[in-house]
Design a protein around this ligand. Structure first.
Ligand code: BES
Ligand code: ZN
Length: 462
């Protein structure tokens, strides 16, 4: 049966596919908050049932954290053994008051830019994950079978650093190993240009607390004589960057390769408009390392960011307190060549070196993963790029991604597999923010794209 029949089936079934997605989105599977662990179970159960409804042998697999969902189907066919990965967990919703609808009562909405599905997890990653599942459903509806052996692997801890992932992959390596992993958790390059991500940044996250006096003090009574932990913490954080935007940690840039001239030329050719990228969020001036081009700053250079900071009195009115402690959450985005534990050690040494008498510091590690670099010489990449370009008005581009998806690197290190990252998120999807949305176009054309890619990867070789 022809690809065009499968694509027509996807078009016809879009209303039903949307209903299924809305049902999935109603499950508040926030992985970082223990209060929602029941919902994470429910989301995994929902996926198992949905996969089973299209003939996939799927199971929920418990872990010390949230469960994995693993499914297998092998109905013959000539193609490679593919593994498809997505995550069913979502980010917390706060600040809840900024949402225009209940984040877990998703809506289809008409906007000036077209129809969108609004709700937590629409773009990251439930809507994206379902593009692949819906493509498989249509493929089977039309052809009676899928064109190759497929393993489905869905995680529920991606948004909280994937603590159970590596042990699970190691324990089930033989079951999970395939010829190629497909990951749908990234975005388009600008709104009509589909993209294959060839590099992802890694991540190190740390929480630190500086303590000083035994109790909160009156800042008039003690101020001037007593050390203030907020002042100490601020100095530690302020010293993370120099005046040119470089991170000051010892050895931070050691081993990082420079962009190859070919890569630089290819990225130059993408015509990235940083003024409009920043303009869309009310900014104008690049704030990274002064001597780097904007795409390098977000794709191939490492960063240090303070993600949260608290201490003292932050309620209504004013309280002249000299606090007993101050805390912050700090994260580093890593690139090729950097080792997460070395960056963590360098950060801790940086903080300890700035600790005055009478102060103590404690650290909590929240996880770390290396950058992921994909091998694009695999012919599947070019086949997928052509298939994607057939679906969208612009040619598909090879791009970098500043975000982190820990599993992308683990496929290589744990299972010896290559991974291909293709997703249909847009820059204005507001992932991790209030009013997250996924364009109906992304959902519809994303599903059609996967059908085309499956078809292209499974063509008999001559
Ligand atoms: N889907 C995102 C990664 C992403 C971000 C892709 C931006 C494309 C553009 C992923 O789910 C995510 O948010 N990852 C976290 C990982 C962290 C919590 C370990 C991230 O990048 O902050
Ligand atoms: Zn994601």
């Amino acid at each position: 049966m022809s690809l065009s029949a499968i694509l027509s089936r996807i078009d016809d079934q879009l209303p039903n596919a949307t209903e299924r997605l809305l049902e999935f989105l109603r499950i508040p599977s926030i992985s970082t908050d223990p209060e929602y662990s029941g919902a994470c179970q429910d989301a995994a159960d929902w996926l198992v049932k949905d996969l089973q409804s299209i003939g996939i042998d799927a199971q929920k697999r418990e872990t010390p954290g949230h469960p994995m969902v693993v499914g297998h189907v092998n109905e013959g066919g000539t193609g490679p053994h593919l593994l498809f990965y997505g995550h069913y967990d979502v980010q917390p919703v706060d600040p809840i008051e900024l949402w225009t609808n209940d984040p877990f009562d998703p809506r289809v909405e008409d906007t000036a830019k077209g129809q969108v599905i609004r709700g937590r997890g629409t773009s990251d990653d439930k809507g994206q994950l379902m593009t692949f599942v819906e493509a498989c459903r249509a493929y089977r509806d039309v052809n009676g079978s899928l064109p190759c052996r497929i393993t489905f692997f869905f995680e529920g801890e991606e948004e909280s650093g994937s603590p159970s992932l590596v042990p699970f992959m190691e324990q089930h390596a033989d079951e999970l190993r395939a010829d190629l992993a497909l990951i749908c958790d990234t975005g388009m390059f600008q709104s009509k240009t589909p993209a294959i991500v060839t590099m992802l940044r890694g991540m190190v996250t740390e929480e630190l607390t500086v303590t000083g006096p035994d109790m909160d003090l009156h800042s008039g009574f003690f101020g001037g004589l007593a050390i203030n932990p907020i002042r100490v913490l601020s100095q530690i954080l302020a010293d993370l960057h120099d005046e040119t935007g470089r991170v000051t940690l010892d050895g931070f840039y050691d081993g990082i390769p420079d962009l190859t001239p070919q890569m630089r030329a290819q990225w130059d050719g993408l015509g990235f408009d940083h003024a409009s990228f920043l303009g869309d969020v009310g900014l104008s001036v690049p704030a990274g390392e002064a001597d780097r081009m904007p795409l390098e700053m977000i794709w191939s250079r490492p960063t240090a960011e303070v993600n949260g900071i608290w201490g003292g009195y932050t309620g209504a009115g004013f309280k002249t307190v000299l606090p007993a402690k101050a805390s912050a959450k700090v994260s580093f985005r890593l690139v090729e060549g950097q080792i997460p534990d070395r960056v963590r050690d360098a950060f801790r040494a940086h903080a300890v070196a700035r600790l005055p008498a009478d102060c103590k510091i404690s650290f909590t590690a929240h996880g770390g993963s290396s950058a992921g670099i994909m091998r694009t010489d695999d012919p599947a990449f070019e086949a997928a790029r052509v298939a994607l370009s057939d679906e969208w008005p612009q040619e598909a581009a090879y791009v970098g991604c500043g975000g982190s998806i820990p599993i992308a690197g683990h496929f290589g290190t744990v299972l010896g597999m290559n991974a291909m990252l293709i997703g249909f998120g847009k820059d204005d999807d507001a992932i991790h923010s209030p009013n997250e949305k996924y364009d109906m176009e992304s959902f519809h054309k994303g599903t059609r794209s996967w059908a085309r890619i499956l078809d292209a990867l499974c063509q008999p070789k001559d």
